[in-house]
Ligand binder design. Structure first.
Ligand code: MN9
Length: 292
């Protein structure tokens, strides 16, 4: 049974000016991340702008990544408020041979804990795939305590959780209660914190061009070399601070463009990046990133 622990890039999606997916550039991104040492890919998540895409577009991304991932671990985010689409995408993930499916907690309509649990159970049962809960309260507006999360992790259908929160007390309580379940740290700027509290790895958007840094942080933590790990986290965080100043998604795509990928920009409603921000990225980020 292969390990699903490790560093997973939450892949960005390259688009043409009229919003079509650039499959060849996405394939180049996958190969670049394999060279950076990524253990796997989190496909069609927030970072991919997947919630702004059709089911067919998401299937094209899932297929393109599978064709180029060279056996790396694959997790498909199949979540949607259109649960019919979510079931179609979950079935497609199984057909392609993905390792896990994942979904953001159903949002907007303030669903109850039981409605959220039943949503996950239906998707796992209909696809026969194990589910990785995507917990991102800052974006979804759905807050769960250790009790709610534990009621999910107690069930065999759940492989674990992508935990994008700075509440490391709750993370530690869940990991201690369910040591065999996967817990992935979701905020890249806090990977070291998550790892020392028991996370099995990380899933992140800045990994698209910094996976090598995060692979090294995880290796150093495993060797107990915390001070060295912290130095690399500080290096990554200086870059992440600039990304946050610009707008994470728009900035990340501009980094890819300046690294030589014909990546394009974000889909509307995201605003295009300014010339001032392009210059800031050229000065403060790209010189410190490993070139393809
Ligand atoms: O899980 C990720 N972001 C998105 C949260 O999914 C959009 C992170 O990788 C952040 O982008 C990163 C920078 O704040 O930690």
């Amino acid at each position: 049974m292969k390990s699903l622990k490790g560093i997973y890039t939450a892949l960005l999606t390259p688009f043409t000016a009229d919003g079509k997916i650039k499959a060849t550039v996405l394939a180049e991104l996958v190969r670049y991340n394999l060279d950076l040492g990524a253990d796997g890919f989190y496909v069609c998540g927030s970072t991919a702008e997947a919630l702004m895409l059709t089911a067919e577009e998401r299937m094209e991304i899932m297929r393109t990544v599978k064709e180029n991932a060279k056996g790396a671990n694959l997790i498909a985010h199949i979540g949607s408020l259109n649960e019919r689409d979510a079931h179609r995408l979950a079935a497609y993930a199984r057909e392609l041979g993905y390792d896990l499916i994942s979904s953001v907690t159903p949002f907007y309509y303030k669903f109850s804990a039981k409605e959220i649990r039943d949503y996950y159970v239906r998707l796992a049962d209909s696809s026969g795939m194990k589910m990785l809960v995507y917990y991102f309260p800052a974006f979804s507006g759905v807050n769960m305590g250790a009790g709610d999360i534990s009621s999910l992790l107690a069930d065999d259908r759940f492989a674990g959780i992508k935990y994008t929160s700075n509440d490391f007390f709750t993370m530690e309580r869940c990991k201690t209660a369910y040591p065999d379940k996967l817990v992935f740290n979701g905020y890249d700027e806090m990977l070291l914190s998550g790892l020392v509290m028991g996370a099995d790895g990380g899933i992140g958007s800045t990994y698209n061009f910094m996976a090598d840094k995060f692979v090294e942080i995880r290796r150093l933590v495993e060797e107990g070399r915390i001070d060295e790990a912290r130095s690399i986290q500080q290096e990554a965080n200086r870059i992440i601070a600039v990304l946050c100043q610009v707008g994470v998604m728009q900035a990340e795509k501009e980094v890819m463009n300046q690294l030589g990928f014909d990546f394009g920009g974000c889909l509307e409603p995201f605003a295009p990046i300014s010339e001032e921000h392009r210059a800031l990225i050229a000065k403060e980020i790209v010189p410190f990133i490993r070139k393809p």
